[in-house]
Design a protein around this ligand. Structure first.
Ligand SMILES: O=c1ccn([C@@H]2O[C@H](COP(=O)(O)OP(=O)(O)O[C@H]3O[C@H](CO)[C@@H](O)[C@H](O)[C@H]3O)[C@@H](O)[C@H]2O)c(=O)[nH]1
Ligand SMILES: [Mn+2]
Length: 759
């Protein structure tokens, strides 16, 4: 293990990104918002209801900005020093790697195969790794593909290690042609490996089209007569590294599992799958660290496990308090620029407080923390204190919390006490592993309540994360360049809408459940600003209401001829605010290397998501709290770079915004998600038209001086933010607004106009 002598340079260092200039900008914006509010309060009597609504909305924005300023105050991250790790550490700790998949159609098996191959090939001793794939789809096709992948892995893993390949997901690696100058041995092996990979792809494709291979052998018997929602547990050891050697030619253990599902038996989606993974791996390899990735998130940096170890093994910086190391989620498509920005600034800000929030993928957890341990259970040396040990190991206590299977109790006790893992063959555990996948196994235990991935929210990641920080642990954020993991995001359209609605709902569930960041203000060990961070993100969904009102207010005021903004010099406050915010966000985008267009598209996407997806999140949570309906998780459709929309001949590398044909475009279908946006655009257009034809000259002025150019400009700004809906009015096909949606929006607009003008 690591040499803990403090005279040696550290394995990692904390890098602070704090900037006095940015703090000043944040505070100035806060000050401007505040003065605007004061002005509104002073002029309350002279103005009508719109003024009050504006005041309320702006109070919300002020509150949000206050939270953002607190969160962004002291951004930080960790930088690992790999060279020092190699010098000092000779016996690396084991790591169990988890992949979840749930649907062979939405998550094409070849994508899962690539993620798994990239994990099996990481730069880490093979005998210290094990890869577990949980398949909630109970798909023989996925199993077949993984089996084939394990055969290819015996060529792929040694090839990657021999030539120190950086990107170890073959579908990405082989997108780049062979360099003609390479020596002939490499060229030969490269050609051969590529051919073998193409054969693998072919086999998976053939199997997808034609399922007669299913009868091919006893191995698939477990899948016969099963449905994804009704089957018993399947555990298959696809490959076992029996010799336990860690050399470059060896492939780590590789296990396929699919937990039991029965109708009427809740399964808790991904969180349930993760907890089953934790149990099975506990029985088989019981590694002290666990890496989890979504099935589309392949490893893009072969050294990622060692990077994480630099953080965990660093002794001088209280490493034992670090519960998890989170790498940012990056994407091989450009559908997620706004998400990347969110992580770079807000994410780093949170990372500088108590540590980053767990985002569900690309994260290394320590097993003992996932077993519910609190920071108080440690003694000064970082081991579990004798009091805590006695409490936990008391007769029957573990069985009550973890389930009564005695092998589980034994593995948990060993994990908590960090006993070295006894070498045994993992196939011996198959029978017990099946038992702990039973859908009643967790009944009356603490799984999902205080242990493992926590239930009760579709945002299982944020929910689990707050549980960990509330027990006093910290976490670390590492964002290497090039990114450690890459995945995909759906293009802006119905699928993305569903995803953002799910996140919005999931966060609101966190806000209202047992673990709410509002609760336990004094007794929990979470830091104050960290709590603010959780409050801020779990309230995302609620932002839809002020945002929606603010998009409609300028139009209302223009039609009603009442003032929304101050007149004369005071208008300067609003103009400065908008201008500063634009420049600030633009700077944030350009600094990360994004284009002006990407900035504009992202601003637009934020407004569209806030006024539609999150509105539905509020509906979801209201229905849930009233006990009328439950929330349902819909798995996000994944795309491989080759199958990306349009032709297949787009450039394979990260598609630049300017080149990406879908950038800034919004795929629209007949669902209700597209009604609010259409409505907002029509209302603002109607108001601009009214202003254009001089409607105001005939109506009486309300408030200080009625409406004017400022309100009209604001309407134009709103239309620009909802541009895809404006262009959608004139388009047909997937970017056009369906007639039915249009009719509904026109009807609502007519009502709005009558309401605004008529009063
Ligand atoms: O019943 C289920 C549903 C999903 N999954 C898996 O969970 C992962 C994430 O699901 P996905 O539909 O891809 O969600 P995303 O919106 O892409 O996921 C983000 O948001 C989720 C929380 O909403 C987090 O759990 C994820 O890690 C995070 O990447 C995928 O690997 C799925 O296969 C399961 O294993 N079982
Ligand atoms: Mn995803």
């Amino acid at each position: 293990m690591a040499d803990s002598s403090s005279s040696l340079p550290p394995l990692c260092e904390r890098i602070s990104h704090k900037s006095y200039f940015l703090r000043a900008v944040d505070l100035t914006i806060l000050g401007l918002l505040f003065s605007l509010l004061l002005y509104r309060i002073q002029r309350m009597n002279e103005n009508d209801n719109a003024w009050v609504v504006a005041l309320l909305c702006e109070s919300c924005f002020l509150f949000i900005w206050l939270l953002i300023t607190c969160i962004k105050w002291s951004p930080a991250e960790y930088k690992p020093h790999l060279d020092r790790l190699d010098e000092r550490v000779h016996d690396f700790p084991s790591v169990d790697m988890f992949v979840t998949t749930a649907d062979p159609v939405k998550e094409p098996p070849i994508l899962v195969v690539n993620t798994v191959l990239s994990l099996l090939a990481v730069n880490y001793p093979a005998n210290k790794l094990a890869c577990y794939v949980s398949d909630d789809g109970c798909s023989p096709l996925t199993y077949f593909s993984l089996k084939e992948a394990s055969k290819f892995a015996k060529i792929w893993v040694p090839f990657c290690k021999k030539y120190n390949v950086r990107v170890r997901a073959p579908f990405r690696y082989f997108l780049n042609p062979l360099d003609a100058t390479e020596d002939s041995e490499f060229s030969r092996e490269w050609e051969m490996t590529k051919r073998k990979y193409e054969e693998l792809v072919q086999k998976v494709e053939d199997a997808t089209r034609n399922s007669c291979w299913l009868d091919a052998g006893d191995d698939f018997e477990a899948f016969s007569n099963t449905k994804p929602s009704d089957h018993s547990t399947i555990v298959k050891v696809i490959w076992e590294n029996e010799e336990g050697v860690g050399d470059e030619k060896e492939v780590p253990h590789f296990v396929y599992i699919s937990r039991e599902k029965k109708p009427n038996c809740v399964h808790h989606y991904k969180a349930g799958a993760m907890n089953f993974l934790v149990r099975v791996s506990g029985l088989m390899t019981n590694a002290p660290y666990m890496l989890n990735v979504d099935c589309d998130m392949y490893v893009n940096e072969a050294d990622v496990v060692r990077q994480a170890m630099c953080i965990f093994l660093q002794r001088t910086m209280n490493p034992n308090q670090c519960a998890f190391v989170q790498f940012p989620q990056d994407f091989y498509d450009s559908n997620a620029d706004e998400f990347v920005i969110l992580q770079s600034y807000l994410g780093r800000g949170i990372a500088g407080i108590q540590g980053p929030i767990f985002t569900g993928s690309g994260c290394f957890h320590t097993r003992k923390v996932m077993y519910g341990l609190s920071i108080d259970d440690l003694d000064d040396g970082g081991s579990i204190s004798s009091v805590a040990t006695r409490r936990m190991l008391a007769e029957g206590s573990l069985a009550k919390e973890f389930g009564s299977t005695k092998e589980i109790v034994k593995s948990v006790a060993e994990a908590l006490q960090r006993k070295p893992n006894p070498q045994q063959t993992i196939t011996n555990s198959i029978k017990i592993a099946k038992e702990v996948g039973n859908c009643h196994y967790e009944y009356q235990t603490s799984w999902g309540k205080t242990i493992g991935w926590l239930y009760d929210s579709m945002a299982d990641d944020v929910n689990t994360s707050i549980g960990i920080h509330s027990r006093g642990w910290t976490s670390s954020y590492v964002s290497p360049d090039p990114p450690a993991f890459l995945g995909c995001m759906p293009p802006m359209g119905p699928v993305a809408m569903v995803q953002w609605r799910r996140w919005g709902t999931g966060m609101l569930e966190v806000f209202f459940n047992r673990q709410s960041p509002l609760m336990g203000l004094f007794h929990q060990k979470i830091r104050f600003r960290q709590r603010l961070a959780y409050i801020s993100i779990s309230m995302w969904g609620l932002r839809s209401i002020p945002e929606l009102f603010y998009c409609l207010l300028p139009a209302y005021c223009l039609l009603h001829n009442s003032a929304l903004f101050p007149k004369g010099l005071c208008l300067g406050v609003i103009v400065t605010l908008v201008g500063m915010h634009c420049l600030y966000t633009l700077w944030e985008f350009m600094r990360v290397g994004f284009s002006v267009q990407s900035w504009y598209v992202s601003q637009s996407i934020w407004r569209i998501k806030a006024t539609s997806c999150w509105l539905f999140s509020i509906l979801d949570i209201t229905l849930k709290l009233l006990g009328i309906s439950k929330v349902v998780l819909i798995v996000t459709q994944k795309t491989t770079p080759e199958s990306r929309s349009g032709s297949g001949d787009e450039p394979p590398q990260r598609i630049d915004d300017d080149l990406n044909p879908s950038s800034g475009k919004l795929e629209i279908d007949g669902s209700l998600y597209f009604l609010p946006g259409t409505f907002i655009v029509l209302v603002n257009l109607a108001a601009i038209a009214g202003y254009g034809v001089g409607l105001q000259q005939w109506s009486c002025k309300h408030g200080t001086g009625g409406s004017g150019l400022a309100e009209a400009c604001m309407c134009v700004l709103v239309v620009m933010l909802f541009l895809p809906f404006l262009t959608g009015l004139f388009k047909k096909g997937k970017y056009g607004i369906p007639l039915y949606t249009l009719c509904k929006a026109v009807f609502l607009t007519a009502l709005f106009v009558v309401f605004s003008v008529g009063k």
